[in-house]
Design a protein around this ligand. Structure first.
Ligand SMILES: Cc1ncc(COP(=O)(O)O)c(C=O)c1O
Length: 425
């Protein structure tokens, strides 16, 4: 038998770069990884989680409820608490229908939300507009489903609207607009660039998408991935796209508790308009018919006891410190030609090197860095396979999430050494 039994999806799915980066990290304990998107290990809320779980399992009644299956859409109390919090963040009234708990689903990390929404909306050959660069794990979802990513340029204040319009116009001209299903936007302290797209820009993007719906023959959604929204350490919060008046039926919002509380819990959530909501709940029914009830109950306890908010404040302070430390080290050790944007939250700096310096996994630079026990994410992994442009090869993502302040300093010093050497300095 020569033929493989794998499905098209089975065949297409490539090894996600994240797995490879994790393997390299784990196989070299001395390595300082500025690559993996791990969160701060020291501050993980171990004793809070222990107390809250103890409390949860103290009586038979609450214990049994937590250890039993739940519903597919998620625990009603957690959905309501999440909706309340979200309304507060966006400054809307309690009776605003767009933010109703009935439109909410609790998922296994926001990653599952992204996967299911893409499954619910896209068929092979369809197009998703993505930021250039974007979250590289999402590129894997596109690739394995045979979807096409079209890159929209980024600028200092987020998405480049002129380029979005140009892209939509050229897709209309080529007749491919019919295949465009959504714009995927990592709008807060973006992974990988750290950039934030303003509320005004999100509202303008929604208007543009609507303008092309007639030619598309169907709605074009904005999938707002707000994974880092709560990890803000500078500036004010930015309203979500859901707050754009008149567009509540075009915005799909993906949020998470894993970054602001504990990554290991992997509890995420989504707010979706119908008919996408119904389709996603049905897909989740087939995937796993519900997120871990125990972990959802843990979050209910954490939120209602105030522990969640307390922990978040600690986290924001820690990331602010680490970001400051990384910035100081880059200023001290990187050659002056290296450029970066300063994020107001999240976990990343994104560095652009002189054009001649390639950063890919096979590059001299990457190999030299590895030999000095420091790892980064090559920027080219964060660009969708869009045949209309070349992927930049001289960029790198640097995370201050997982490392200690000391390790971040040493890691940047080592990387700076390699960069200077490569530039003959
Ligand atoms: C932009 C972005 N979205 C979504 C996720 C998924 O996170 P989780 O599934 O833990 O909520 C991540 C994780 O790194 C991310 O960086």
């Amino acid at each position: 038998m020569k033929q493989s039994a794998l499905s098209k999806l089975g065949h297409r799915s490539e090894a996600p770069p994240i797995s490879w980066l994790m393997e390299v990290t784990l196989s070299r304990p001395q390595l300082i990884s500025l690559a993996a998107g791990f969160t701060d290990n020291e501050s993980l809320p171990v004793s809070d989680a222990r107390d809250l779980l103890n409390d949860l399992l103290r009586t038979r009644k609450t214990g049994q409820a937590a250890l039993q299956y739940g519903t597919t859409a998620g625990d009603p109390v957690l959905r309501e608490l999440t909706a309340q919090d979200f309304r507060l963040l966006d400054g809307v009234l309690d009776n605003d229908k767009a933010y109703h708990a009935d439109r909410m689903i609790i998922t296994n990390g926001s990653q599952q939300m992204l996967y299911m929404v893409t499954e619910a909306l896209c068929d092979e050959g369809d197009i998703v507009l993505v930021e250039d660069p974007t979250y590289f794990v999402y590129i894997g979802i596109l690739q394995s489903h045979g979807l096409r990513g079209r890159g929209v340029k980024m600028q200092e204040d987020g998405l480049n609207l002129e380029h979005l319009e140009k892209t939509l116009e050229s897709l209309k001209k080529s007749g491919e607009i019919k295949r465009v299903k959504m714009l995927y936007l990592v709008s807060y302290y973006q992974n990988p660039t750290g950039l934030t797209t303003s509320f005004e820009k999100k509202a303008a993007a929604l208007k543009l998408l609507r303008k092309y719906e007639k030619a598309a023959g169907h709605p074009i959604y904005l999938l707002e991935d707000a994974a880092y929204r709560e990890l803000r350490f500078k500036g004010g919060d930015v309203k979500s796209a859901l707050a754009a008046k008149g567009f509540g039926n075009r915005v799909i919002y993906a949020g998470t508790y894993s970054k602001p509380f504990a990554t290991g819990t992997r509890v995420g959530f989504g707010i979706l308009p119908d008919p996408v909501y119904t389709a996603v709940v049905r897909i989740k029914g087939n995937h796993d018919f519900g997120t871990s009830n125990l972990l959802q109950q843990l979050l209910v306890k954490a939120i209602s006891s105030g522990k969640y908010e307390e922990h978040l404040t600690t986290l924001q302070r820690r990331y602010a410190k680490k970001a400051k430390g990384m910035l100081a080290a880059m200023k001290q050790f990187f050659p002056s030609e290296v450029q970066w944007w300063e994020p107001q939250g999240g976990l990343y700096y994104y560095a652009r090197l002189p054009k001649a310096l390639k950063t890919g996994a096979k590059s001299k630079l990457f190999q030299k860095a590895l030999a000095r026990d420091v790892l980064y994410v090559p920027g080219e992994l964060c660009y969708a396979n869009d045949p209309t442009r070349r992927k930049p090869e001289n960029e790198m993502r640097l995370s201050f999430g997982g490392g200690t302040e000391q390790n971040i300093h040493i890691g940047i010093e080592r990387l700076g050494g390699v960069l200077r050497e490569m530039l003959g300095k």
